[in-house]
Design a protein around this ligand. Structure first.
Ligand code: SF4
Length: 275
């Protein structure tokens, strides 16, 4: 074979081999892992930081003042006569409206008036009484377990310390904060329910989606003296005005302090990540 032809064939072969390798590499190439905070943000793996102005004490003060104006003297909407009844009502309120819990509890507390009465039950015996509140099998287990804990470990009295409350079945920080704040008037933390979760994000008091972290973020910016009222007020605001779908922004007295991405009406600039 002439030398020139051999050279051409060789170069064609080399070319096609290298383009195959390149194609293979392209195919097998894994997406690059984001390495910097900015690239991780772009990839949606960490929340973008809150704007510095969002956490300024003056803005927080205005939010708290306006909540006080709109919701003076608000308290927990769950009917109760004792720490035990409030604990039971709060456990029942998971994934259920307070109105439904308030319909169920009068009969329930008439039938089983004390923690001892609950502790003597098998969870199955309690199920029909709390069925309308949903998730009644798990809630029955929690209530009977909590009653046994109260009887065995705390002499029949609901404890007034966070770490002790957390030992009771079915009691996490939200329930413990409700009992401590509403009944014992102890501001140990901030109740983070679905309304506090949603509105704290809309108001850019947190970017987190995790209730524990949201509580920590709120505890950093809300003065401890306002922890109890703030949760009650935000829960009322979430029911009446800042509802999940189509918040009633035109009726909201926090409107010009709020840059939420899903506002239905706004006089201020919208922040896309405020949601
Ligand atoms: S302005 Fe709208 S989104 Fe913001 S807190 Fe008020 S109701 Fe909620």
């Amino acid at each position: 074979m002439p030398k020139a032809l051999r050279k051409t064939r060789k170069s064609t072969a080399t070319k096609s081999t290298s383009s195959k390798v390149a194609a293979k590499r392209r195919k097998s190439k894994k997406p690059r892992q984001p390495t910097t905070p900015v690239s991780r943000q772009r990839a949606g793996r960490v929340a973008s930081p809150l704007p510095a102005a969002a956490l300024k004490p003056e803005r927080i003060r205005q939010i708290l003042e306006r909540l006080d104006e709109r919701y003076p003297n608000v308290t927990c909407a769950l009917n109760h006569q004792s720490a035990w009844e409030l604990l039971v009502a709060t456990i029942l309120s998971a994934q259920c409206t307070d109105a439904t819990v308030n319909k169920v509890t009068p009969e329930l507390f008439k039938k089983y008036p004390t923690p001892a009465a609950f502790a003597a039950l098998k969870p199955e015996e309690l199920e029909p009484d709390i069925r309308p509140t949903g998730f009644f099998r798990n809630k029955s287990k929690s209530l009977v377990g909590a009653a046994k804990g109260v009887m065995q470990d705390f002499g029949g009295q609901v404890p007034d310390e966070m770490d002790q409350l957390l030992t009771l079945p079915g009691v996490a920080r939200k329930t413990a904060n409700v009992v401590l704040g509403t009944w014992f008037k102890k501001a140990v933390g901030v109740v983070v329910d679905t309304h506090v979760h949603r509105i704290s994000r809309r108001l850019e008091l947190t970017r987190s989606d995790n209730p524990k972290d949201i509580e920590q973020d709120l505890m950093k910016v809300i003065p401890p003296a306002k922890w109890i009222d703030f949760s009650h007020q935000i829960i009322h605001h979430g029911r009446a005005v800042c509802v999940a779908r189509k918040p009633k922004c035109a009726e909201c007295n926090l409107e010009n302090l709020c840059h939420a991405a899903d506002k239905t009406w706004s006089t201020v600039e919208i922040h896309k990540s405020a949601k």
